[in-house]
Design a protein around this ligand. Structure first.
Ligand SMILES: O=C(O)CCC(=O)C(=O)O
Length: 267
């Protein structure tokens, strides 16, 4: 979805765009707000991730072979990672608040999903199960991920493949694995790769079937992955004890403080 300049500047979706975004999230399983973040912020975030990858290369290399070249990292509580436009983006939060209520919550730090050069094809999976898989009713989303591509996502660099509508599929995989999705069944259904410009924001229902794709370029392809929980999830079970630095906390608008309210604030 392409937004108007005043929506981007004011951080508020028009009523029409909000309705479209909610319909897309509910019916398709995700919505893309195209190219809404400042280029320099996105470039400095990508550079920050690149520096982290270089710093932690030994640890990454050890794991890469096991994960088909799809290896993200958690990030330090530093700028530019903690920019309020990233961790409490008003447009993403408007959609999430309307879809899941005002008391959704999240934790910091977020992670990246990164397809390294020469990565393979990930197995098709959903990131979360249905809360009530034995009923015939599909619930609205209770767990969404905010993804922010940090470089242009293309077919060549392995834009994520998604299967629209599959967040509504209730029957479980014969393997019994609640995150597994049938490759045979997926092959019969339409899918597409999320080709989109850097600095877009995706809000995705985490039940939707998807997979990371091969990156045939020489540049790592990263996106921010920030998970947001509906208030019905048990925050005590999910709680993180790492304090959010006071400077980060103080930079957050009220909506952002509400989002991270279960996390301690440090010095
Ligand atoms: O990096 C990607 O394209 C998708 C990775 C992903 O969503 C996952 O591993 O759950």
């Amino acid at each position: 979805m392409k937004l108007g300049p005043s929506e981007i500047e004011n951080g508020v979706l028009s009523a029409e765009h909000l309705e479209l975004a909610l319909r897309s999230l509910n019916e398709v399983g995700y919505i893309v707000l195209e190219n809404i973040l400042p280029d320099d912020l996105v470039a400095s975030l990508n550079q920050g991730f690149e520096m982290e990858f270089e710093r932690r290369m030994a640890e990454c290399k050890e794991e890469l072979a096991k994960v088909e070249g799809h290896k993200g990292i958690g990030i330090p509580f530093e700028q530019p990672f903690m920019d309020p436009m990233i961790i409490a983006n008003p447009l993403a939060l408007q959609i999430i608040g309307s879809a899941m209520g005002p008391d959704s919550f999240s934790f910091l730090p977020y992670h990246s999903n990164t397809a390294w050069p020469d990565s393979g094809v990930q197995h098709i999976h959903r990131d979360t199960r249905h809360l009530f898989p034995d009923t015939t009713n599909v619930l609205p989303p209770t767990l969404v991920v905010v993804n922010i591509p940090l470089i242009d996502f293309t077919i060549e660099n392995g834009a994520t493949e998604v299967w629209p509508g599959t967040h509504r599929i209730l029957d479980s995989d014969p393997s019994g694995d609640e995150h597994a999705c049938s490759e045979e069944r997926a092959a019969q259904m339409p899918s597409l790769q999320t080709v989109m410009p850097a600095g877009s924001i995706v809000v995705r229902d985490m039940r939707m079937w998807h997979r990371g794709m091969p990156n045939g370029t020489s540049q790592r392809r990263s996106m921010v992955a920030l998970v947001v929980y509906h208030a019905l999830h048990n925050q005590a079970r999910l709680e993180r004890n790492t304090p959010i630095p006071k400077s980060v906390w103080e930079s957050l608008p009220d909506q952002g403080r509400n989002l991270y309210r279960f996390q301690p604030v440090g010095a």
